[in-house]
Design a protein around this ligand. Structure first.
Ligand code: CMC
Length: 435
């Protein structure tokens, strides 16, 4: 901690207080305002946490101005090029890249947990046939706490670790089964001789009557999407997991809350919204009206997949995914519908990045802008896009939850408010309230 302080003068009372400054290893320093209410009787007001660090964390670093993203200090570009999703999971959970032996042991444990308790199958048939897979995810993940009681003691580090293994291992099975249920196909059980990502594709697209062999480029593309979505510091869903877990709720319940938060179109739901938008643009054949609508303050339409709370520069994940789009789509015919969509996306990006509205507001493509194009080309239906985001983000959520549970400064999350409601008033019997 630095010895520097910020002096705050209350011009109403003339009182002055010194607030300590905490220096990070990277990024802006933080003013510690914990004594503010006690000393001056004020709360701070920061809707949407524009200037508020809610915790200490050593997992992920983002420099939004420069477009930098690092997991445990490793640049995302290097992880995207050289690593695999299981290795990234280990890195996020334990803080270091694994040795070969550590990775083999880790994956051995993950494989032991890939199946679901058989009774969980029954939960799927309770959903309507056309339920959104994200609704199923929230339900099934929340229900895990009813099955795995031996890993819900949040104060036991070993139980926390087992719950992390379970969640990372079971999420592909839960996700793939939510898809199988929606199309009326039999559930496909995990195969532990396959890699993490191959196994997910096997459970998504395999059928009992035929062998299924995923295209190696598709496996690599999906693994890359998993890596790029694995963590993103204190975003809405991760903060939701932390807030839920801060009451000592069990980890399955906390992750179910994170999945619910991710679902919104301003967060993980954007990848689905992007494709709907690109399809609409492709159908009309003209990008410009959509740009004009996005700029019109009287129209609620936004360019989906554009803009970010933290990135005021190109989202580094979008750049990596855009490159992978070229690779995946190069395999397809020239007149392919996936290519047509990608070309519309490139055109939209080109026009937006030359437009003063987007330049002034520093609005660039984010991770969701191009990810849906790859997922669609892999044959993954649109309503599964956010599910895939949730699958990949699970390791980030659980790493943050675990970090919070070990942090001696953690307390139950309990924000205060700027109350703007009624002054005190007396209850009136209903007959005296008029018509
Ligand atoms: N299209 C048009 N205008 C936009 C957009 C957009 N996509 N995004 C922001 N703006 C404008 C906004 O109207 C505002 O303009 P003004 O200053 O004139 O009022 C300005 O840019 C700042 O926007 P904001 O809403 O205050 O920014 P925020 O940090 O609260 O919101 C965001 C960030 C990601 C929710 C927002 O940019 C957005 O809605 N983008 C579209 C949805 C999207 O792609 N979400 C995925 C985010 S990345 C992955 C993830 O988190 O899951």
């Amino acid at each position: 901690m630095s010895k520097d302080t910020v002096t705050l003068t209350d011009n109403r009372s003339g009182k002055q207080i010194e607030l300590p400054i905490h220096d990070p290893t990277l990024g802006p320093s933080c003013i510690d305002i914990r004594s503010l209410y006690r000393e001056l009787g004020y709360f701070t007001y920061d809707p949407g946490f524009l200037s508020t660090a809610s915790c200490r964390s050593a997992i992920t670093f983002i420099d939004g101005e420069k477009g930098i993203l690092m997991y445990r200090g490793y640049p995302i570009e290097q992880l995207a090029e050289f690593s695999t999703y299981p290795e990234v999971c280990y890195l996020l959970l334990y803080g270091e890249l694994p040795t070969r032996g550590q990775l083999d042991e880790f994956m051995g444990i993950i494989r032991e947990h890939t199946m679901l308790h058989e009774a969980l199958r029954n939960f799927y048939s309770g959903f309507r046939h056309d339920a959104h897979p994200m609704a199923i995810m929230v339900g099934i993940v929340g229900a895990l706490s009813a099955f795995y009681h031996d890993s819900t003691n949040v104060h036991d580090p070993r139980q926390r670790e087992i719950s992390a293994y379970r969640m990372i291992a079971k999420m592909p099975t839960i996700a793939a089964w939510s898809y199988k249920y929606s199309i009326g196909q039999p559930f496909i059980y995990p195969r532990n001789d396959l890699s993490y990502t191959e196994n997910f594709l096997h459970m998504m697209f395999g059928v009992p009557s035929e062998d299924y062999h995923p295209d190696p480029l598709h496996v690599r593309a999906l693994d890359l999407i998993f890596i790029l979505h694995a963590d993103h510091e204190q975003n809405a869903s991760t903060s939701t997991v932390r807030l839920t877990g801060s009451s000592e709720a069990n980890p399955f319940a906390a992750i179910a809350a994170g999945i619910a938060s991710l679902w919104g179109p301003a967060h993980g739901g954007a990848n689905e919204a992007v494709i709907r938008m690109l399809e609409e643009i492709t159908a009309t054949g003209d990008v410009k009206p959509f740009i004009e609508r996005a700029k019109d303050k009287n129209d609620s339409f936004r360019l989906m997949g554009f803009g970010h709370r933290v990135y005021k520069n190109y989202d580094p994940r979008a750049r990596i995914i855009r490159k992978m789009c070229h690779e995946v789509l190069a395999e397809l015919d020239d007149n392919n519908e996936h290519r047509a969509l990608f070309e519309v996306a490139l055109e939209l990006e080109r026009i937006a990045l030359e437009d003063p509205y987007f330049i002034e507001r520093k609005l660039y493509p984010n991770v969701d802008f191009y990810s849906g194009i790859i997922l669609r080309a892999l044959g993954i239906p649109m309503n599964m896009f956010t599910v895939i985001f949730a699958l990949a983000r699970t390791v980030g959520w659980i790493s943050h939850w675990n970090e919070m549970m070990q942090d001696p400064e953690s307390r139950i999350g309990r924000p205060r408010q700027l109350y703007v409601g009624s002054q005190p008033r007396d209850y009136q019997p209903i007959d005296l309230r008029g018509d």
